[in-house]
Write a protein that binds this ligand. Structure first.
Ligand code: C2E
Ligand code: CA
Ligand code: CA
Length: 576
């Protein structure tokens, strides 16, 4: 037997019910199963429960119109039941309005026929199925079966309204997996996908059926929990969510230990707008991660103030980049015998209209996290090249200029192209530039970096490893990179004459450099004792406040002759 089509008829008149049943029977044969409800109140529940395949709804019921009933059936979330509205010609019903309120079709009782009913019923049911499939697609995440971002938004909006009405708390948990990218990269996407599915299952298990668990994209998940009485309830749920990651995830022979960090925002305490709550939960998530991952944090408005300050500073920085408000200072690098200036290190400064000169420590981290370091890095190199050309034009000694590269620049696939482009356009000899890359940057990048450094080396650009000694790179590791120079980190030089361990580290870096035929420079040299130690150990180059602080180009031009004697001074005066 074919599938039954279970139809509900809602109308007052028995005669009309009989007429409709007769026609439907002819149209659908023994597929038809008809139920009749003849009063308004009894119709409410069946319409919301969505139990039938189709509803015929009379426009007039118990003397009132049934638009209200239609609206109710259409407002249930899945909208599973198509409703066909029946009306008398003299009802003068606005058919468009009826469709707009959610009806699948509108038929005039006076014009009912078998063929018309056949077509209308099949069409309404089919269209509803397609609609439902679309709803599923547009509301659920295909990989995990969780609510997707669309449904998440609907649920959040709905939950907020309920929370405000009922005076109960709504908690929004925003979470992502710690180090998911590494899992994906090392074990492959299929394993990454399975991990996400398993995570979805565990989150479902940790929550109540009435909570919404959603995947917002990538490894980002959210949980909406409603009807909560106290923050204690919320803390308990957060702990439960975090600890559902305690056991490792197993896929065949692979065992993955991954954890989650969670940011929490509450309605109405932290806001009553979906975007606001999400933004606050996101901020709290960021704090949870900064606090060491595998934990949760509630939104904190003080942190938000700081974040807003950061955002404002980022805007100012964009502006400053456009208006070239950055400048370079230059700190000389010496031979240990103090007789020769080997070169200068270019150090960026922000000349802020209100705050004056801002040191890089106060804006480089923000430039890194916002991506602005890429355009800033280009400007720095351009400024260094312009400076070289200006110095050359006035006959200033042809100094090597060291330029610092940040990790983000180093990860930029167009780095070599950009550097070559700038040097070419400024017509600067690559031999005049030295790039400083910190040891940590080098350690954190993959083998492809050897290729990149080799390209730079082939062009003739010298490479120095900055802040050396903090990254624990081995001799064999170092050998792979075509570098010229190691720069001993300031941290070891500071107490090199007091602290035995620091002295040992400084000494072994010097020996390592000598064994590898690399130049060695010590930075942050502030005292004669430190200098004596370094000279004694065979370190050939030094940099630090003992010799010179970073200075503007103008300052450097004034300073230089005093170091090198009168000959240089007359040269500059003639050229200038
Ligand atoms: P860094 O590359 O290690 O630069 C050396 C820092 O040590 C400079 O600070 C310099 O002023 C300071 N310094 C030099 N000699 C002494 C000394 O004897 N004693 C002490 N206490 N400090 C000394 P600065 O200019 O504030 O730069 C800080 C950091 O900002 C730099 O550390 C570098 O990591 C970053 N930076 C500066 N300019 C740039 C740039 O153009 N691009 C990038 N990516 N980073 C930059
Ligand atoms: Ca440096
Ligand atoms: Ca350094």
């Amino acid at each position: 037997m074919k599938n039954r089509i279970h139809i509900l008829y809602i109308g007052n008149s028995a005669a009309e019910q009989q007429q409709l049943e007769e026609l439907l029977r002819q149209a659908l044969g023994d597929q038809l199963l008809l139920t009749w409800i003849n009063n308004f109140n009894e119709a409410l529940w069946p319409l919301e429960a969505c139990y039938y395949d189709l509803v015929f709804l009379d426009y007039r019921l118990d003397g009132r119109d049934t638009i209200e009933l239609l609206r109710r059936s259409a407002s249930t979330e899945e909208r599973a039941m198509p409703v066909i509205m029946l009306a008398d010609n003299e009802d003068h019903l606005d058919d468009l309005e009826v469709i707009r309120q959610g009806a699948a079709d509108y038929l005039s009782k006076q014009e009912l026929s078998v063929s018309m009913l056949k077509r209308s019923v099949r069409y309404a049911i089919e269209r509803k199925k397609i609609e439902q499939r679309l709803v599923t697609l547009s509301h659920y995440d295909a990989l995990t079966g969780l609510a997707n971002r669309n449904l998440f938004y609907l649920k959040l909006t709905d939950g907020i309204i309920q929370s405000l009405r009922s005076n109960k708390l709504l908690a929004l948990f925003f979470l992502d997996l710690d180090h998911f990218k590494e899992v994906n990269d090392s074990l492959g996407h299929p394993t990454g996908d399975r991990l996400l599915q398993e995570v979805a299952a565990r989150l479902k298990k940790a929550t109540r059926a009435s909570d919404t668990v959603a995947r917002l994209g990538g490894d980002e998940f959210a949980v909406i929990a409603t009807n909560l009485n106290s923050e204690t309830d919320i803390t308990l749920l957060a702990q439960k969510l975090v600890s559902s990651f305690n056991l490792p995830f197993k896929f065949g022979s692979n065992q993955i230990n991954t954890h989650t960090s969670i940011g929490i925002a509450l309605c109405p305490v932290h806001g009553h707008d979906p975007d606001e709550l999400l933004r606050h939960a996101d901020l709290a998530l960021y704090q949870a991660k900064a606090a060491g991952r595998n934990n949760f944090k509630f939104y904190d408005s003080e942190l938000d103030a700081r974040a807003q300050e950061y955002r404002a500073l980022e805007q100012e920085m964009r502006h400053a980049l456009q208006h070239h408000d950055f400048t370079l200072h230059y700190q000389p690098m010496f031979s240990t015998d103090r007789k020769t200036v080997i070169g200068v290190e270019a150090l960026v400064r922000w000349v802020h209209k209100v705050r004056g000169m801002i040191a890089p420590g106060d804006f480089i981290p923000l430039a890194e996290s916002s991506g602005l370091i890429l355009p800033l890095g280009e400007q720095v190199l351009e400024m260094a090249c312009d400076q070289i050309n200006q110095w050359d034009a006035i006959g200033f000694p042809q100094l090597l200029v060291a330029v610092n590269l940040s990790p983000a620049q180093f990860a930029d696939p167009d780095l070599v192209e950009k550097i070559v482009g700038i040097l070419k356009s400024k017509d600067v000899d690559p031999q005049r530039i030295e790039l400083e890359i910190t040891e940590n940057t080098l350690m954190e990048t993959g083998p492809e970096v050897v290729e990149l450094l080799t390209q730079l080396n082939n062009i003739g650009i010298k490479l120095a490893i900055d802040d050396f000694g903090t990254g624990y790179s081995s001799l064999s590791y170092l050998k792979k990179f075509p570098v010229h120079k190691l720069k001993i980190d300031r941290a070891f030089i500071k107490d090199v004459t007091i602290d035995k361990d620091d002295a040992i580290i400084a000494r072994s870096i010097i020996q390592l450099g000598q064994a590898m035929n690399l130049e060695i420079i010590a930075e942050g040299v502030e005292t004669e004792e430190q200098l004596a130690f370094l000279r004694n150990e065979g370190c050939e180059q030094v940099q630090g406040f003992l010799f010179a602080k970073p200075m503007s180009s103008r300052g450097l031009i004034d300073w230089f002759p005093k170091q090198q004697g009168c000959i240089m001074q007359t040269e500059i005066m003639q050229a200038g």
